[in-house]
Design a protein around this ligand. Structure first.
Ligand code: NAD
Ligand code: MG
Length: 396
């Protein structure tokens, strides 16, 4: 019998978390769930605990922890329930855990993901915001602690699969000239520009190809998601910003490409289903069934590509601007985006206000160096205040 890989799933109740557990459930001989976390969706976490019987469960708030613990005990489970940010770091670094799925959304994922890195785990990285915020500090911790980073973001997973297996961040030596990150263009790719001013959160969250959490769905509609992914790729693969190109590909079948100096372009293709990159990372370097329908190219018939329109998608330009500025600019970009997207989802900011709030926040905070992680969290807090102020001014 093979020894099972022991897993912690941070953000188990979200879209990536549920897809991860779907793949895990197909391979009970291979994986064992040690810890599951969910912030507020206690009912869903309860169901997941019944199905996967983890040793630990972590929720956001103490009252919810008490209630969940009682219900799990009544159901005959020995799951220990904890709460709060420290508990997330604890379950991300348990000695018995082999791999951690980092699938919390936003800046809240940074500290627990880093805890997994510092414990030298295999880290399945969905939480792109961690790399956007902490970039080189995060990668330095990966090297210092011998952690293994496996990208879950479909584009980065595709690039990872299209690079040489031994790629260690030296693009020149491997003959890599650039990478192309594909983007669907989201739900508003062809919407008349004058309609953008009045689009609703529901319209923004109705992604044509992917079913995802609400924050990343809005990020896809503004294309800030692609901007964050450019920054994520810069750190994951140690590329210069000008080596990272974005191309719109509405079918989401080509998940990204690597171009080599000899003119070869390698890509990973598949149906748009996150269980593919999740299964790839869970089993790496082996392959397992992900439950994904095989690709039917004749049925898809055509694959289209076009350059992104920065007038329609100003957030993409803002991300390149933050990357070029360096220092804490990407932290400011990410924090302002989180504040603006939350305000949009709350009906407090129009869709076009998202880019404006981010630009105003970047203008107000000139880039400062990021010597250590404390500076990352300080810059994040400062930028949230400034962005919240700009959201309020927008309301009047
Ligand atoms: P989601 O909103 O569906 O789920 C988010 C998860 O994070 C939930 O389990 C929630 O309980 C948890 N969470 C939220 N706030 C928290 C907090 N303050 N503390 C602790 N836990 C908290 O999001 P998602 O779509 O699954 O995305 C998760 C991450 O994966 C994001 O960083 C996203 O950018 C990335 N990602 C998602 C997809 C996708 O297809 N959904 C694709 C690529 C990358
Ligand atoms: Mg992606």
């Amino acid at each position: 019998m093979m020894t099972k890989k022991k897993l912690t799933i941070l953000g188990a109740t979200g879209s990536i978390g549920l897809n991860t557990l779907d793949v895990v459930a197909r391979h009970p001989d291979r994986y064992e769930v040690v810890a599951l976390t969910g912030h507020r969706q206690i009912e869903r976490l309860y169901e997941l605990c019944l199905a996967h019987r983890p040793r630990y469960a972590v929720v956001g708030h103490a009252e919810d922890a008490v209630q969940l613990a009682e219900r799990l005990a009544a159901a005959g489970l020995a799951t220990e329930v904890k709460n709060g940010p420290r508990a997330l770091e604890e379950v991300a670094s348990l000695p018995e855990v082999d791999a951690v799925m980092a699938a919390i959304v936003g800046a809240a994922g940074l500290a627990p993901t880093l805890a997994a890195v510092r414990a030298g785990k295999q880290v399945l990285l969905a939480n792109k915001e961690a790399l956007v915020m902490a970039g080189h500090l995060f990668m330095a911790e990966v090297r210092a602690h011998g952690a293994t980073l496996l990208p879950i973001d479909s584009e980065h997973n595709a690039v990872f699969q299209s690079l040489p297996a031994y790629y260690a961040g030296d693009a020149e030596r491997e003959g890599v000239s650039k990478i192309l990150l594909t983007a669907s263009g989201g739900p508003f790719r062809t919407l008349p520009l004058e309609r953008l001013a009045s689009v609703t959160p529901e319209e923004a969250c109705a992604h044509p190809n992917w079913s995802m959490g609400r924050k990343i769905s809005v990020d896809s509609a503004t294309m800030m998601n692609k901007g964050l992914e450019v920054i994520e790729a810069r750190w994951l693969f140690n590329l210069a910003p000008q080596q990272i190109e974005v191309v719109i590909h509405p079918q989401s079948v080509v998940h990204s490409l690597v171009q080599y100096v000899d003119g070869s372009v390698l890509a990973e293709l598949g149906n748009p289903d996150m269980r593919t990159p999740i299964a790839h990372a869970l089993a790496w370097p082996e392959r397992i069934d992900a439950g994904v329908a095989p690709l039917d190219l004749p049925a898809i018939a055509r694959l289209d590509f076009e350059a992104p329109d920065l007038a329609r998608f100003p957030c993409l330009g803002l991300a390149y601007r933050a990357l070029a500025a360096g220092g804490d600019a990407a932290v400011v970009l990410n924090a302002a985006n989180e504040v603006a997207v939350a305000a949009f989802l709350d009906g407090k900011l129009p869709f076009l206000g998202i880019a404006k709030v981010i630009a105003a926040t970047l203008d107000a905070l000139p880039p400062a160096p990021l010597p250590h992680l404390a500076a990352v969290f300080a810059a994040d807090a400062r930028a949230r205040q400034v962005a919240a102020h700009h959201v309020e001014r927008f309301e009047k």
